[in-house]
Design a protein around this ligand. Structure first.
Ligand SMILES: [Zn+2]
Length: 371
């Protein structure tokens, strides 16, 4: 068989190396879920914080193992270490700067990274000082060697759903909206802590014309998604995997959408899906069985995200590569996910369009042409 016939008959799928070169967009990534292990070790030494291992590779393995264990306690323990060492201005600046660098190195051109300011005040920082340190880190880490930005990073401020500080954090997000904070989020255990507990914060944000997303439909089912959208007015859904529960398949493979699923699709409500993380937490049985396959086919506004790059040992490129392997996605699919994400970002519409038309489409066109 000649090379020519192989090239002519086999349509080659994007490889991980090629995907890394594509201009990508990330909407759901936790700052405390992505520090470099060497940085955690350095910062732990400064603070006298005891880690499960002092070796970067072993520590990385420990994080992934704990996240994979199926034990919520062990999963939460991982954040006790990352959050535990991110308690000074220097630590926050460093972690945020490295986050921007790592995302840019992965080919991400626009990212929204989130964290909960209230978790970083143990060392004596005020909420405003926490926000300013992280913004400074993103600014430093976004610049290339020539001083030109390699990536644009927007911040989402998260309130913890089991705490009662959401109004304060929402006010903080509005206070810093013109200098890099682009939105608000709530995260934490879904069961027992419905988003409606924080209704005053969401109503305040709506009155301020501010944007927010809500972690919903990950561990907990449709009521959580319904509340997030219809009571709280969320612009986007963090995960939203369980919207799958409102879709029934007939014997001949036809999908029937319930009213909530139809609403989410018809209103083009973005789903911030995080395939590897969802498998680790049991929200999906495997990548191949992840609802993202069905939701993409049904044209929901699906986006692909990392959630916690350290715990899931992942990157946007790796998430894409796993989906290519599981579902046979080609460059058009990957561009579709990317444009979906950029359309769903919380920065002004003209700036989203400039990235779509000036960076994303030309970047994918170049890769498709080479493939
Ligand atoms: Zn998350």
């Amino acid at each position: 068989m000649s090379d020519r016939s192989e090239v002519g008959t086999v349509s080659r799928l994007p490889s991980l190396e090629e995907i890394r070169k594509a201009p990508k967009v990330l909407l759901h990534d936790h700052l405390d879920g992505g520090p470099r292990t060497q940085t955690i070790i350095d910062l732990a030494r400064d603070r006298g914080h005891v880690l499960p291992s002092g070796d970067p590779d072993n520590l990385a393995e420990w994080f992934r193992g704990a996240a994979d264990s199926g034990s919520l306690e062990r999963y939460l323990e991982t954040f006790a270490h990352t959050v535990g060492v991110m308690q000074s201005r220097e630590a926050l600046v460093r972690v945020a700067a490295e986050c921007a660098q790592d995302l840019a190195d992965d080919g991400v051109v626009y990212a929204e990274v989130r964290y909960a300011p209230e978790q970083h005040t143990v060392g004596g920082l005020t909420l405003d000082e926490v926000v300013e340190a992280v913004l400074e880190g993103f600014r430093l880490g976004s610049a290339g060697p020539d001083g030109q930005p390699r990536i644009r990073v927007g911040t989402l401020l998260t309130a913890m759903r089991h705490q009662a500080r959401s109004m304060e954090i929402a006010e903080l997000a509005v206070r810093y909206r013109d200098v890099g904070v682009v939105g608000f989020d709530i995260a934490g255990a879904e069961a027992g802590y419905p988003p409606t507990r924080h209704l005053d914060a969401f109503e305040y944000l709506q009155r301020e014309n501010a944007h927010f997303t809500i972690h919903a439909g990950e561990a907990f089912g449709l009521p959580s998604i319904w509340q997030a959208i219809q009571w709280c007015g969320a612009d986007r859904l963090g995960h939203g995997v369980r919207i799958n529960d409102d879709i029934t398949m007939s014997g001949d493979g036809e999908a029937k959408l319930g009213r909530l699923a139809a609403y989410v699709r018809d209103k083009r409500i973005p789903l911030e899906m995080c395939p590897t993380s969802n498998v680790q937490t049991g929200a999906a049985p495997s990548i191949a069985e992840h609802p993202i396959g069905l939701l993409r086919r049904l044209n929901f506004r699906v986006t692909v995200n990392t959630d916690n790059r350290l715990m899931s040992r992942t990157s946007v490129s790796l998430e894409f590569a796993k989906l290519v392997e599981a579902f046979g996605y080609d460059w058009d699919d990957l561009q579709w996910f990317t444009v979906n994400a950029m359309k769903s970002a919380f920065i002004p519409f003209d700036e989203r369009l400039a990235l779509i038309n000036g960076v994303i489409k030309p970047g994918f066109a170049h890769l498709k042409w080479r493939a």
